[in-house]
Design a protein around this ligand. Sequence first.
Ligand SMILES: [Zn+2]
Length: 231
Amino acid sequence: MNYTCPYCKHHSTITDPNEYYNWERIYIENSTSGNVGLAIHAVTCPNKDCNKLKLRTMLTRVNMVNGEEGIGIKEWNLMPESTAKILPDYVPTSVTEDYYEACKILNLSPKASATLSRRCLQGMIRDFHKVTKHTLNDEILALKDILDTDTWDSIDAVRRIGNIGAHMEKDVNVIVNVEPEEANLLIQLIEQLIEDWYVAREDKKVRAEKLRQVVQSVEEKKQTKNNLSVD
Ligand SMILES: [Zn+2]
């Protein structure tokens, strides 16, 4: 199984000792859920610097033909609690908090999740691009000439989808009905923009600092050499 660790983002192929799956039928009087069973899925990240546990559990129906695992009814992410990616410290706390919360309640309440995502998106635009307008839609439109084509196309594509587009016109705190897939798209857009904006800016800063240090050490060596030849 191909696996991307939700904690360290390490990509790997998971083999047996790092993965566990078990399903067990629950023998109990019929409830309104019918005949059910519980599955457990656990993965340990093979990256030695991480080794963190991902754990989820699924309630499923029992296949009445053979008494084995049937279709899923509900699933819970236990560790980590949501599918949110762990964001680096240099992303503003308000953005991080809205993003984590939006991921956490995605399945429970897509409309609450989408509301948080819209607020998060607005927070990012205001913080990163220093653009503040009356509505999120106006703020997005103001980015058209600032952003590279790929980033703009991603935002525009999500903006044009069904309900989301209409909601961008409203105050970000107004709760509006959306489908789970739409709420999920907003989360994916936020993840991409965090990479394109905050992570890319930080990487650039780190590379520039490394280069500055190399230049400094070359200069120092040169200086020492000059001093020696003067002596
Ligand atoms: Zn990991």
